[in-house]
Design a protein around this ligand. Structure first.
Ligand SMILES: Nc1ncnc2c1ncn2[C@@H]1O[C@H](COP(=O)(O)OP(=O)(O)OP(=O)(O)O)[C@@H](O)[C@H]1O
Length: 306
């Protein structure tokens, strides 16, 4: 088995706030693991403890079998993008990376490699303090990749990026996982996570809610839904309603039966002699599944309907 991140019974308190509460999960190599949770769920705190930046009150977090800081050259075991801190604004991108490489026993030649990998070669000599948000993110990722680590943690890497930047990060995450690395990516953005992650670890209030492959997570947290196209929408609607399904109509006139599998709809249509042009399963989005799971648990609700 390749390198993993192991979190066991991890707990962290800030005064009266229990930021992380007896949390256990394992992040495995070869896939992108999305780390999801509402605001204040404890994602950043968990990642900081994995990286030895915060001390747990209880439990432990291991990278490749031991605490991150106990590795001889930690940057070569795990790389991380947290929140752009630790960047000296007066230094050039090159100088920043060279300083990191030196203090971790990493070859100078690797600096040029990660600059090229992150598309920063052309601005390597410029002051990092003058970088745009996108360039700052790229520099943070260059630093994370410097030690060519088998384990990578990214905290909200696409925050504030333009569509090109988002696409670039998405491809990079997938490529890193395809190379057999262990990749943990926290995010608020469900649509983006659905496009990037293979597996999910979902937390709220510091506790584990789900640890499952994305399709399984969606299936477990949504009701089946079937789309029906028919030249007899009125009769079909009535038949579905009589069978106990809630029916809505999409903007294109197609019907959607909630709680119904396509097989049930097809059999119903046959029994009633109804003509159908299309019957198909419609998968819920990751966002819908996530909202369903966390609806009652969210610490801070957005305004509006409760
Ligand atoms: N240094 C700190 N001092 C006091 N409380 C903290 C500190 N860091 C985090 N917290 C609290 O711990 C809880 C978890 O915060 P954390 O930042 O880990 O959550 P998160 O899931 O990363 O949230 P977000 O998605 O909003 O970044 C929150 O209630 C937060 O206010």
């Amino acid at each position: 088995m390749g390198p993993v991140i192991e979190v066991r019974e991890l707990t962290k308190r800030y005064g009266d706030t229990v930021a992380v509460d007896g949390l256990s999960f394992t992040v495995r190599p070869g896939r992108v693991t999305g780390f999801l949770g509402p605001n204040g769920a404890g994602k950043t705190t968990t990642m900081r403890m994995v990286l030895g930046l915060d001390r747990p009150a209880a439990g432990r977090a291991l990278v490749d079998g031991r605490p991150y800081r106990e590795h001889a050259r930690p940057l070569c075991r795990a790389g991380a993008l947290l929140d752009g801190r630790g960047l000296h604004p007066g230094r050039s991108a090159y100088a920043h990376l060279l300083w990191l490489a030196r203090s971790n026993g990493i070859a100078r030649s690797r600096v040029g490699e990660v600059l090229a990998l992150t598309g920063l070669s052309g601005v390597a000599r410029r002051r990092a303090g003058g970088f745009s948000l996108g360039m700052t993110q790229r520099l943070g990722i260059a630093a994370a990749l410097l030690g060519d680590p088998p384990v990578l943690l990214f905290d909200e890497p696409v925050n504030g990026l333009d569509p090109d930047g988002v696409r670039w990060i998405r491809t990079l995450m997938k490529d890193l996982a395809a190379e057999g690395r262990t990749v943990l990516v926290s995010s608020h953005m469900m649509a983006e996570t659905a496009l990037t992650a293979d597996h999910l670890v979902v937390i709220a209030r510091g506790r584990l809610l789900a640890d499952a492959p994305v399709p399984e997570f969606i299936r477990a947290n949504s009701r089946p839904r079937t789309v029906i196209r028919t030249p007899e929408p009125g009769r079909m609607r009535a038949a579905l309603a009589a069978a106990g399904f809630e029916v809505t109509e999409g903007p294109d006139g197609a019907l959607e039966a909630h709680g119904a599998e396509p097989a049930a709809v097809g059999e119903l249509a046959a029994a009633r002699g109804l003509v159908v042009h299309e019957v198909g399963a419609r998968q819920a989005s990751l966002e819908e599944a996530f909202m369903r799971l966390t609806a009652d648990l969210t610490e801070y609700r957005g305004g509006g309907a409760r």
